[in-house]
Design a protein around this ligand. Sequence first.
Ligand code: AMP
Length: 113
Amino acid sequence: MLDEQCIFCKIIAGEIPSKKVYEDDWMCVFADVEPKAKVHLLAVPKSHFKLLSEATDDQMEIISYMLTKIPRIARENGCENGYRLIINQGEDAGQTVFHLHIHILGGEPLGDL
Ligand code: AMP
């Protein structure tokens, strides 16, 4: 389920270059182009949807699956001492890409929220 207008769908399809660090049938993880921390990765489900509130049961299962994969991916990409996960939801959160994604931030002390 890809959206032709979506930049993350284009990255998943390989139409836009990215620095991918992990990929399987359900998810893709690549470097954020504007890193907000020493390590800043984006974990993206291959299925296109915007918000957790809009996810189908199958898509929620993929999110759950992603959360089981992220600890190892984070550890193997420089976040041995911990990391922060952020899922921006909608306008007030500053969501700019409307394909659900999980920010993985780490590689250095992040400070308070
Ligand atoms: P959000 O504000 O939660 O929607 O986050 C969107 C993130 O996508 C931002 O941190 C952007 O820097 C990042 N981003 C936008 N375009 C690209 C791209 N082509 N490759 C990698 N990251 C991107």
